[in-house]
Design a protein around this ligand. Structure first.
Ligand code: ADP
Length: 292
């Protein structure tokens, strides 16, 4: 499925949350990466049909989404930022409820729930009340409900919020397996969520898309711009005011500082291998118009 986002804007009163956002998605994982308030949820909610755009259009395989909304919804799986559960619902009740909302045929419901519960490792907890699930279990239940209709496109809004590192890695693997022949849009402000699995990254800030490129291209583009250098704590306090610092490690009586900079920042600075986190910092500084 090809999804084209064309010049989408969204105003909340006088607040412009999205300002002419355009990009295209086909199979694979797409990371929507940006700081809090960038407009990620707004865009996701527009794609999921929860909010209307103020301008622009979304095309599904070249057809305006409005003209094929029913069909599109049938192929969509959506995990919102937070899920509400009826207090008396077990995980099983919840999945049955969502299956009914999605119009899944009766004879397909139980086998699907069984299979998905295995995939998200909730088989032994399905009869427990989901309000008592841990954060990770709630997220896994959320993924299972999003996958109930076997969607072609899966939209995940900050899916790893509240997960511990172990759960985050498992979640990432699950998404990666699912995305083999489908499209996943994953919004996050956590770089490591998409570092390993997103083939393309869309950087968004203040309602605008900066660049959309393969995740590797973002990293390659700052080759030769990431440096390691040593300085004292006092020097660092001063230095960080007008430089991009992506990491600091104490080494003896000095700090080893990782700096993202176009120019060599000091005579003894040595070039380091760039990461997506370095690229994220570089890109957002550039988008803010700050000197790098
Ligand atoms: P993100 O998901 O990247 O954190 P959001 O899409 O939630 O960003 O928000 C983008 C901007 O729109 C923010 O400035 C936010 O305060 C504003 N915003 C979001 N939802 C509403 C709303 N319902 N009413 C008014 N402003 C909103």
């Amino acid at each position: 499925m090809k999804l084209t986002i064309q010049n989408i804007s969204k105003n909340y009163g006088k607040k412009r949350a999205l300002n002419g956002v355009s990009f295209e998605m086909e199979n694979g994982v797409y990371g929507l990466l940006g700081p809090n308030g960038a407009g990620k949820s707004t865009l996701i909610r527009i794609l999921a049909g929860v909010t209307k755009a103020s301008g622009g259009e979304v095309l599904v395989n070249g057809k305006n989404k409005k003209s094929c909304d029913r069909e599109f919804r049938a192929t969509l799986g959506y995990l919102p930022q937070s899920l509400d559960f009826y207090p008396e619902f077990s995980g099983l009740d919840y999945l049955r409820f969502v299956a009914a909302l999605k119009g899944i045929k009766n004879d397909e419901v139980e086998p699907k729930i069984k299979k998905l519960a295995e995939q998200v490792r909730l088989t032994h907890d399905l009869h427990r009340k989901c309000v008592n699930y841990s954060g990770g279990m709630k997220r896994r239940l959320g993924i299972a409900q999003a996958l109930l209709n076997d969607p072609e496109i899966l939209i995940l809004d900050e899916p790893t919020a509240g997960l511990d590192p172990h759960e985050r890695i498992k979640f990432r693997n699950l998404v990666s397996i699912f995305s083999r022949d489908r499209t996943v849009l994953l919004s996050t402000h956590i770089v490591s969520d998409i570092d390993c699995i997103a083939k393309e990254t869309v950087m968004i800030k203040d309602g605008r898309v900066g660049r959309m490129e393969s995740t590797q291209s973002f990293v390659d583009a700052i080759g030769g711009k990431v440096w390691l250098m040593k300085m004292t704590v006092d020097e660092l306090v001063e230095y960080q005011n007008d430089h991009i610092i992506s990491n600091v490690i104490p080494t003896g009586d000095k700090m080893e500082v990782r700096v993202v900079s176009d120019a060599k920042p000091a005579a003894d600075a040595v070039v380091a291998m760039p990461t997506l986190e370095d690229a994220y910092l570089y890109e957002f500084n550039a988008m803010a118009g700050d000197v790098v």
